[in-house]
Design a protein around this ligand. Structure first.
Ligand SMILES: CC(C)=CCC/C(C)=C/CC/C(C)=C/CC/C(C)=C/CC/C(C)=C/CC/C(C)=C/CC/C(C)=C/COP(=O)(O)OP(=O)(O)O
Ligand SMILES: O=P(O)(O)OC[C@@H](O)CO
Ligand SMILES: [Mg+2]
Length: 232
């Protein structure tokens, strides 16, 4: 299925390292979300990714893999989102792992299905920040400067402001949004209900909802209608 991400307003991110029962997965996939993204920053394996993909594939919703580990790249997704951490202290997380992947597997890589994401990680306590050695202590204008480089110099299709596990500083997100002219802004972190979804959606293009699926599914599902026009 040919995918376009530019119309996405809402994405659910599900973690292969966490349990989701069949009823919950059905509700997520039939919720009207624009896409299901499979990913996590730890405990993601080939086996748990294949298993989750095959369960999601019972439904029509677009399903994309956010690659965080080379060992867990599984064929059969609609798209592969490739995080590049802009505010890392170590070049491995910006481009080093990626270059090693290309060096080893270039002939296997379906390049037209890969979409790079310029990550700006801002919750110092999340696993993704620890794994990728992110400098999460950025001011509003510093974060906007990273975004501007991603957009105007690197021409990345996505800038992803990541507050995984906490609701972010929306003044900062808004400053990032204003600095972009071409990149699509994804925001994720601490969206748990319709109100927080609406607030975040006002300052980005696409919201990503993850943890709330595991803490209060009903409230998490309500984030879809909060940001997407209702279907007739
Ligand atoms: C046919 C086919 C598909 C063949 C395969 C071809 C192939 C090998 C393709 C790979 C191409 C490629 C360039 C891969 C990149 C490899 C790689 C390892 C890149 C590094 C990615 C990265 C920067 C990871 C750091 C952590 C991070 C930013 C993860 C993003 C996801 C994220 C933030 C999840 C949130 O995690 P969660 O657990 O929910 O939350 P916490 O952090 O709070 O715990
Ligand atoms: O899990 P939450 O806090 O909703 O964040 C969503 C996503 O940005 C995580 O990568
Ligand atoms: Mg995780």
């Amino acid at each position: 299925m040919k995918q376009t991400i530019s119309t996405w307003r809402h994405v659910f991110k599900i973690d292969p390292d966490r349990n989701v029962d069949d009823a919950a997965l059905e509700a997520i996939c039939l919720s009207g979300t624009d896409a299901v993204m499979i990913g996590g920053s730890s405990g993601v394996t080939y086996d748990n990714t294949v298993e989750l993909l095959s369960r999601v594939r019972q439904f029509e919703v677009p399903c994309v893999l956010e690659v965080s580990s080379l060992e867990a790249v599984v064929p059969g997704f609609d798209l592969y989102m490739i995080p590049m951490v802009l505010n890392t202290k170590h070049p491995d997380w910006l481009i080093g792992h990626h270059a090693r992947a290309a060096h080893k597997y270039s002939y296997l890589i379906p390049w037209e299905q890969l979409i790079p994401e310029g990550y700006i990680i801002l919750n110092p306590d999340c696993t993704a920040a620890a794994v990728s050695e992110a400098n999460a202590a950025l001011t509003e204008s510093e974060a906007a400067a990273y975004a501007e480089i991603a957009d105007k110099l690197l021409h990345l299709p996505i800038v992803y402001v990541e507050y995984s596990g906490m609701f972010g500083n929306l003044d900062l997100v808004s400053a990032v949004y204003r600095s972009l002219s071409g990149s699509q802004l994804f925001y994720g972190g601490g969206i748990k209900d319709a109100d927080s979804a609406r607030l975040a959606a006002a300052v980005c293009d696409t919201i990503v909802v993850g943890n709330a699926l595991y803490s209060d599914l009903k409230q998490a599902l309500s984030t879809v209608a909060a940001v997407k026009p209702s279907r007739v």
